[in-house]
Design a protein around this ligand. Structure first.
Ligand code: F1P
Length: 348
């Protein structure tokens, strides 16, 4: 692993960061954070930009799956430009959760200001804090110091934080215990697969698509974003079975199709990847356990073997796309620590 590349160091440092974060999360009073806004009584709206928007989607799926409540996730810009679409019953009918690693992103701060003007309480989830943490008493701040422009350990740690909150409200001790096992599991998986991904990144590709269903759809979205940001390669993301409905026309030699295979939907998802393999695409798969068919269809297979609930695997699924994006960027002669056109925070 290239120790001179900060982004790679931080990706490989996630087991340690997760341990620190989980220790911190064990000391928080979640009832105070959400007091007056029980998710069975008020619809929560997760809000973010870029990676933090995909985090918002993954957090919404987690809350919905753990508590059986309806939740929504929107980009901050939608609340600013189309508030009646984003929150049709009016902001006061919702509990907004504003997610921002930096706490400095202009669109998120503008949403915070608008909610404050309307006297609508909201929660902030952040790493750096900055202005956002000073705009509400309800702050979930993760002990993550991340230098890289692109978000990696900040994404996984804030998602762990929101899953920890949801599982606490659900009194789901088994899920909380499962989260505690992830740092050690990731350490072993990084040892096993990191160099394989570095070798796999030597494949030259033109078109890239990552696929996922259910709570893995935002993880596929974030995976594609990591490839775009870290290697300046255009990558798309789709619900797995949606790929057949038109986008598969891109499939062929020179295409990389990556599938994040769920446990629930694997019987339907694996055939999609095998179909793309038959069309000549290069294929990559992340699965918890692989069927014979998947082993035959995946040029690179990352098998997790995690004995934890499916939702508790989300943070582990995203790591391989984080690595692929950086390794592929290096392969193209780029520097993942200085991604083209990007800054660590978007201010407008
Ligand atoms: C959001 C964001 C990131 C993106 C880049 C610029 O930041 O758009 O998603 O990867 O780092 O900032 P934040 O609001 O979470 O700080």
């Amino acid at each position: 692993m290239r120790h001179d590349v900060i982004t790679l160091r931080e990706i490989h440092g996630q087991p340690h960061v997760w341990r620190e974060s989980l220790h911190h999360l064990g000391k928080i009073d979640y009832q105070r954070l959400v007091s007056g806004f029980a998710p069975h009584e008020v619809e929560w709206v997760f809000v973010g930009c870029g990676t933090s928007y995909y985090l918002a989607q993954a957090a919404a799926s987690s809350l919905s799956g753990l508590l059986g409540v309806s939740v929504r996730a929107v980009p901050a810009s939608e609340i600013l430009l189309f508030p009646s679409l984003a929150m049709p019953k009016g902001a006061a009918a919702y509990f907004p959760i504003l997610i921002s690693r930096s706490g400095h992103t202009s669109e998120v701060l503008q949403v915070a200001e608008a909610l404050t003007r309307q006297n609508v309480p909201f929660m902030a989830v952040t790493c750096d804090g900055r202005e956002l943490e000073g705009m509400t008493p309800r702050v979930l701040k993760l002990p993550v110091v991340e230098e890289s422009t692109v978000m990696t350990s900040s994404f996984t740690s804030m998602l762990l934080g929101l899953q920890y909150l949801a599982a606490t409200l659900a009194k789901n001790e088994a899920f909380l215990y499962a989260l505690q096992t992830l740092p050690a599991s990731l350490e072993e998986l990084l040892e096993k697969y990191s160099s394989r991904i570095e070798k796999f990144a030597a494949n030259q590709v033109e078109d890239v698509a990552f696929l996922g269903q259910g709570a893995l759809y935002p993880i596929a979205s974030e995976t594609a974003l990591k490839v775009m940001e870290s290697s300046s390669t255009y990558a798309q993301y789709f619900h797995t079975l949606e790929f057949r409905h038109g986008p598969k026309s891109i499939a062929g030699p020179g295409t990389l199709v990556g599938a994040l295979i769920s446990e629930t939907g694997s019987d339907a998802e694996v055939p999609v990847l095998c179909e793309m393999k038959r069309l000549g695409a290069t294929t990559m798969a992340v699965a918890n356990t692989a069927s014979v068919a998947l082993r035959e269809c995946a040029d690179l297979l990352i098998e997790l073997n995690l004995p934890v609930p499916e939702l508790a695997r989300l943070v582990v699924y995203v790591v391989w796309g984080q690595l692929f994006g950086s390794y592929y960027g290096l392969q193209k002669g780029l520097n993942p620590d200085m991604p083209k056109n990007l800054s660590r925070v978007v201010t407008i």
